[in-house]
Design a binder for this molecule. Structure first.
Ligand SMILES: *[C@@H]1O[C@H](CO)[C@@H](O)[C@H](O)[C@H]1NC(C)=O
Ligand SMILES: *[C@@H]1O[C@H](CO)[C@@H](O)[C@H](O)[C@H]1NC(C)=O
Ligand SMILES: *[C@@H]1O[C@H](CO)[C@@H](O)[C@H](O)[C@H]1NC(C)=O
Ligand SMILES: *[C@@H]1O[C@H](CO)[C@@H](O)[C@H](O)[C@H]1NC(C)=O
Ligand SMILES: *[C@@H]1O[C@H](CO)[C@@H](O)[C@H](O)[C@H]1NC(C)=O
Ligand SMILES: *[C@@H]1O[C@H](CO)[C@@H](O)[C@H](O)[C@H]1NC(C)=O
Ligand SMILES: *[C@@H]1O[C@H](CO)[C@@H](O)[C@H](O)[C@H]1NC(C)=O
Ligand SMILES: *[C@@H]1O[C@H](CO)[C@@H](O)[C@H](O)[C@H]1NC(C)=O
Length: 849
């Protein structure tokens, strides 16, 4: 037994030794000497096993890269590529330190396809080694030089799309080295894409996001704690920020500390191929990269949105305002919500020492490439200095921490400012003295004006009522003044005064607040509609019946609301007043309302051509809609809907957009009707969830129909359906193509993917149509009906896509609800009122959950 045991024991030791030696060979190392090379099946791993360097393949066309990725994150996340613009055709190259001291990728035949290309220290190095550090920095250094941070070459000087902790974004002014990050071309292609994020060291330094050469976003200058345009940027969670400006360097960097309780987040800043700057952090528990922060975020982040002296406020509508003392330079473009021409002074500066400064709070500081910074100056000195130079248009503190320090002065036009509800910082704007002195006086004049106005209107109201009582009122309908009972006319007049005295802080918004909303009296409406006779009935829908009426020779449409509107009279009048203020050439005009005991009615202008569906789905009338008219109708609806969505003082989500709710005027121009009904029926939570789903099958977005979630994107979905219906002349609901179960959306999607998009067009359009317009409409339609709400465009991009030949259109993803139902499930009621209704087959599902 012993004899047998011995050799057994011996062989075990041998085996162990072999294994040990194998492991010591296989154990990854973090350095490569000048005599070694790194092959395709080898990697370097940093000492703490944080990062790994090696070859990897991307895409399906055999492209190989040398790169660095996180060692411990299984989902391969590459943070640097050596040869992003020179992929290797196969895996047969290796990495070497060349005789010239350069790092090189060499193929089998000894050809160099990429090299580190440094100019410094070439030939000086005697014993260079390559090392991958735990920071993710790949460094080439002298083997026996132990001084830290002295490198012959380092990958941190040549970033690709990722900024890692401790990596510098910005300039070494000694060597003119500019370190910036730039996007991959696509998620599969790391070659240099269109977007870059780069520091401009001129003036008061800041970072610009560019698409090719044009700036699309700027961070705002560094104020000591954060970038002025990123109020949400706060050190914490183990992340710290650093911005260095001196004669040798201008750079931004961030740091990250992890410890036992709070491990490092592996945070990194990237420029995504889509043109977004993002800070991503790794969530170990769910194994995903979390988008911690990103920019640009909203319309106001878009560069120079409001032009010179304009201030963008993302919570206002329109977003552009002029600063106090300024007025729109191009009022007509401004009223069309194009603020890019900006504003001009109402009163010219007097210069000398006469001008004054107004403090503007919570703003992103203006573009500051031409600003002058003096860190030694106090705010008071700054003011004096600015006042002394007529072209100085404003000043601010350079640093905000510890009560603030330093001084920045801006010269000439102030660009790209925005305001924040919270955060941002203060800015001192130069104005002519009269602009500020006048302030107190205007206020007094305004107050006196309002008081006098109320008094005059009150007495006028009383007189009118007094006169009317004596005359024992007749029943002719007068649109200019209220003819209700005494209290009604009084409180109506008072209400309109209260509304009109409200003024905006900035001066850009010149909307007509003091709109008169006529109250029609019941008896006159009864007379106008011949006591709601059946001959005058135009249609019936979920909200009530619609009648045609005739008043003093003019036609009106009267919507008699069904009685379950759930609102009190006052609430109703307030809502109607709000909605009457929405005026746009693509919305049906609300002329007034009528309230009687338990009756509520809305009075609209009458549309002689009735509704879109009465043309589109009619065998004879569809021929009247040629392509030009159809395209015009699509664009008109888009503009009307954009107006509803953007007027965010009381943003309106239509919730029941469909062909029968689009009315056509004498010129066949479209007008959206029934907007704001959700408000009138008291169900308008601004977002999220409603228990009661109002809408029409075939037009409802999946998230709305199934989860009761509605948003402007649900309207976009309905709009998309409408576009496809207008182009194809087919109803989404009730359309079944051949024998498969696709509805119109599914059919359009199929044609699109098969490259037969033009087959969709309605044959009644005839032969004359613009192919590019049809294709654009179809693509926009498909983009709008995408299944995921976040993929759908907003109406402002839709309008842009429709109006511009050159606007880039993304590729649509699959639509929501593309399977149809079998025809027998069609209800007969929907067929019967097809000819004309203002509101048809509106279904109401109570409590879908
Ligand atoms: C390199 O490519 C060859 C052929 O494409 C393949 O057989 C081999 O496994 C690859 N080696 C590595 C390390 O990927
Ligand atoms: C790498 O692969 C080559 C052939 O593909 C092989 O000869 C070599 O031994 C491998 N090296 C290691 C460390 O596995
Ligand atoms: C790799 O690509 C190079 C250049 O195209 C070619 O010369 C070489 O033969 C290829 N090697 C292999 C193993 O395919
Ligand atoms: C190596 O480079 C030379 C010169 O550029 C070229 O002529 C040759 O074809 C290359 N060899 C391979 C295998 O790519
Ligand atoms: C290499 O360096 C030279 C001069 O410094 C420069 O002109 C060239 O563009 C560089 N090439 C690459 C691939 O970076
Ligand atoms: C810039 O050059 C000066 C003088 O040569 C040197 O002392 C300094 O370290 C350099 N700074 C940087 C950031 O390279
Ligand atoms: C770990 O880091 C977090 C965040 O940086 C810090 O709040 C906490 O005090 C640290 N804990 C220890 C034990 O150092
Ligand atoms: C005002 O400031 C500008 C910009 O710094 C400068 O070019 C100009 O000379 C100054 N004018 C006066 C009168 O100081």
């Amino acid at each position: 037994m012993r004899d047998l045991a011995k050799p057994h024991c011996f062989s075990t030791v041998i085996l162990l030794l072999t294994l040990l030696s194998f492991f010591s060979v296989a154990k990854s190392k973090d350095t490569l000497s000048a005599t070694e090379s790194l092959g395709p099946n080898q990697t370097l791993v940093s000492a703490g096993e944080v990062f790994e360097l090696g070859f990897f393949e991307l895409g399906t066309d055999s492209r190989w890269y040398l790169g660095i990725w996180y060692k411990k994150i299984e989902q391969r996340t590459v943070v640097w590529e050596a040869n992003r613009n020179n992929p290797l055709p196969n895996n047969s190259s290796s990495l070497k330190i060349g005789y010239d001291g350069k790092l090189s990728l060499v193929d089998e035949s000894g050809n160099v396809s990429w090299s580190s290309n440094q100019s410094q220290f070439v030939g000086v190095s005697k014993n260079p080694i390559l090392q991958l550090l735990d920071s993710g920095n790949l460094v080439l250094k002298e083997a026996n030089d132990i001084s830290p941070n002295k490198f012959l070459w380092q990958s941190f000087d040549y970033p690709t799309d990722t900024l890692l902790p401790e990596m510098k974004l910005g300039w070494n002014l000694n060597t003119s080295l500019d370190r910036y990050i730039s996007s991959w071309k696509t998620p599969e292609d790391p070659s240099t894409g269109d977007y870059s994020f780069k520091i401009d060291y001129h003036g008061f330094p800041e970072v610009f996001l560019r698409q090719k050469q044009s700036i699309i976003y700027r961070s705002g200058p560094w104020n000591g704690l954060r970038f002025s345009g990123v109020p949400e940027m706060n050190a914490g969670n183990g992340i710290g920020f650093n911005f260095v400006v001196n004669d040798e360097e201008v750079y931004y960097s961030f740091s990250e500390q992890g410890n036992e309780t709070n491990p490092a987040l592996n945070s990194r800043l990237i420029v995504a191929p889509s043109g977004n700057i993002q800070r991503l952090t790794w969530i170990e528990s769910s194994k995903v990269w979390n988008k911690y922060w990103f920019a640009p975020k909203d319309q106001c982040d878009s560069y120079r949105e409001c032009g010179p002296y304009g201030v963008c406020d993302a919570n206002a509508s329109p977003v552009c305002k002029c600063m106090k003392g300024f007025q729109p330079k191009n009022p007509s473009a401004w009223s069309l919500r194009d603020g890019s021409d900006g504003c001009e002074r109402e009163t010219e500066l007097e210069c000398g020492n006469k001008d004054k400064f107004m403090k503007v709070e919570n703003v992103k500081l203006p573009e500051s490439g031409g600003a002058v910074v003096d860190m030694g100056m106090s705010l008071e000195e700054c003011k004096v200095k600015c006042l002394g130079n007529c072209s100085c248009s404003g000043y601010s503190r350079a640093r905000i921490q510890n009560g603030g320090s330093g001084c920045v002065m801006w010269f000439g036009e102030l660009m790209d400012m925005r305001s924040y509800a919270d955060g941002g910082q203060e800015f001192y704007l130069r104005l002519a003295a009269s602009e500020l002195d006048g302030d107190g006086k205007t206020k007094i004049i305004m107050i006196v004006g309002i008081v006098v106005g109320i008094a005059v209107l009150l007495s006028a109201g009383l007189i009118i009522c007094f006169v009317r009582r004596r005359r024992n009122s007749g029943s002719t309908l007068n649109r200019r003044e209220s003819k209700g009972p005494l209290e009604r006319s009084q409180d109506f007049l008072l209400n309109s005064v209260v509304v009109s005295s409200k003024k905006d802080h900035y001066s850009g918004d010149r909307s007509n607040d003091d709109l008169e909303l006529p109250l029609f009296d019941f008896s006159s409406v009864v007379a106008a509609t011949d006591n709601f006779s059946d001959e005058n009935k135009l249609g019936q829908g979920g909200f009530g019946c619609v009648y045609k009426g005739l008043v003093e020779g003019q036609e009106i449409a009267v919507k008699r609301l069904s009685k379950n509107s759930g609102q009190g009279t006052e609430e109703f009048k307030n809502e109607v007043k709000l909605i009457a203020r929405l005026q746009h050439r693509n919305l049906v005009r609300l002329l007034g309302c009528c309230v009687d005991v338990d009756e509520k009615m809305l009075i609209y202008e009458y549309m002689e051509n009735k509704s879109l569906d009465s043309f589109l789905f009619d065998k004879a009338k569809r021929y009247l809609l040629d392509w030009q008219k159809r395209f015009n109708i699509i664009c008109g609806i888009a503009r009307g809907l954009l107006y509803l969505h953007q007027d965010s003082r009381f943003r309106i989500i239509h919730r029941d957009l469909k062909a029968s709710n689009i009315l056509l005027d004498g010129e066949l121009d479209p007008k959206i009707s029934d907007f704001g009904m959700a408000r009138i029926f008291g169900q308008d939570q601004t977002e999220a969830n409603t228990k009661k789903v109002v809408g029409t099958y075939g037009y409802m977005s999946p998230e709305y129909a199934m989860d009761g979630l509605f948003s402007i994107k649900s309207d976009v979905f309905s709009f998309g359906v409408l576009v496809l219906e207008i182009v194809s002349g087919q109803k989404n609901r009730g359309f079944y193509y051949s024998n498969n179960e696709l509805n119109l959306l599914g059919h359009a999607w199929e044609l699109w993917n098969e490259g037969r998009a033009l087959d969709i067009i309605d044959s009644s359009v005839g032969a004359s149509f613009s192919e590019s317009e049809v294709l654009r409409c179809m693509q926009v339609g498909l983009l709008c009906v995408q299944e995921r709400a976040e993929d759908r465009p907003t109406m402002s991009s839709v309008v842009l896509m429709l109006s511009s030949e050159n606007a880039p259109l993304p590729q649509p993803k699959n639509p929501g609800f593309c399977l149809g139902k079998k025809p027998e499930t069609e209800s007969s009621s929907s067929k019967q009122d097809e000819s004309f209704t203002v509101n048809q087959v509106t279904i109401t599902i109570l409590d879908p959950r």
